[in-house]
Design a protein around this ligand. Structure first.
Ligand SMILES: NC(=O)c1ccc[n+]([C@@H]2O[C@H](COP(=O)([O-])OP(=O)(O)OC[C@H]3O[C@@H](n4cnc5c(N)ncnc54)[C@H](OP(=O)(O)O)[C@@H]3O)[C@@H](O)[C@H]2O)c1
Length: 263
């Protein structure tokens, strides 16, 4: 049996990584971790000033770059692909993290709450993978499988949808797309997995976390009794992108303190 090189088994150093929506929330937790671990990280953001600030902060610990784009429209997706291809000839890791939600009561849920949510949460991840395929394949050809990680949600798997009907449907769609893409891209040396978070503090969850009653109800539904941390989510993503994760594809991995088992 070959000896296992434990020193590098979980390493992501030297990898080129693109994280959509890396300015704040989970995207920032992931990009900070990858930069600090020695990866070369590109993040996208819609607000030029916030993007520049985030890139400057990330650059204190390593290599970080920004691409300004709105992923709700195909032109935004095209500008991310063009911006990335201008600077790089291979991509090791694509993290489709950017996500939108929309909350309203069932009876009032508006028609306009569908297109932007489906575009950002489902169509953009697909189109980015499609447009960046040659660069992902080039990364794979360099010796290790490339990775696509889609950020899904445990709320695609439960009926606790918190009145976010298009959101839960979009997350179920990205879970299924993950499996289909994993099968499609396996022969190109590209692994495709989804991380399905439970509760992590971010702008998206701020409105529930600052309401005492809602926060208590959410925490009560988590067997481990707490929200997720940057270390929790970064640890999983880095494992998936390291050599240790080389044999995992098409998986939807909950990171939820047990929400799903308690449901
Ligand atoms: N936090 C949780 O508990 C939780 C649970 C399950 C799943 N998730 C998923 O985790 C991902 C990150 O969410 P978060 O919780 O970190 O929330 P967040 O802080 O609100 O982050 C959402 C990210 O998506 C980006 N985004 C939204 N609309 C966009 C658009 N039209 N074009 C480009 N980027 C856009 C935002 O970028 P800007 O900087 O441009 O605003 C932001 O970086 C999402 O996919 C979300 O569904 C989160």
């Amino acid at each position: 049996m070959d000896m296992i090189d434990f020193k590098t088994l979980y390493s992501v150093a030297g990898k080129t990584v693109l994280v959509t929506g890396g300015v704040g929330g989970i995207g920032r937790m992931l990009s900070s971790a990858f930069v600090a671990a020695g990866a070369r990280v590109y993040i996208t953001g819609r607000k030029a000033e916030a993007l520049a600030t985030a890139v400057a902060e990330l650059s204190v610990t390593g290599e970080a770059f920004g691409i300004h784009a709105d992923l709700a429209a195909p032109e935004g997706v095209a500008s991310v692909i063009a911006g990335f291809c201008e600077r790089e000839s291979r991509l090791d890791v694509l993290i489709n993290n950017a996500g939108q939600t929309w909350g309203a009561a069932f009876a009032d849920f508006p028609a306009k709450a569908w297109a932007p949510v489906m575009n950002v949460n489902v169509q953009a991840p697909f189109a980015l993978a499609q447009g960046l395929l040659p660069l992902l394949a080039a990364g794979a050809a360099a010796g290790a499988p490339s990775r696509i990680i889609n950020i899904g949600s445990v709320y695609a798997e439960t009926t606790e949808v918190m009145k976010a009907y298009s959101y839960t449907a979009s997350k179920a769609a990205i879970h299924q797309l993950t499996r289909v893409m994993a099968r499609e891209l396996a022969s190109s040396g590209i692994l495709v997995n989804a991380i399905a978070p439970g509760l992590f503090p971010s702008k998206m969850t701020e409105f529930v976390l600052r309401n005492d009653t809602a926060r208590e109800a959410l925490l009560d539904a988590i067997p481990l009794g707490r929200a997720g941390t940057p270390e929790d989510i970064a640890g999983l993503a880095m494992f998936l992108c390291s050599r240790a994760g080389s044999y995992i594809t098409g998986a939807i991995i909950p990171i939820d303190g047990g929400i799903l088992i308690a449901h």
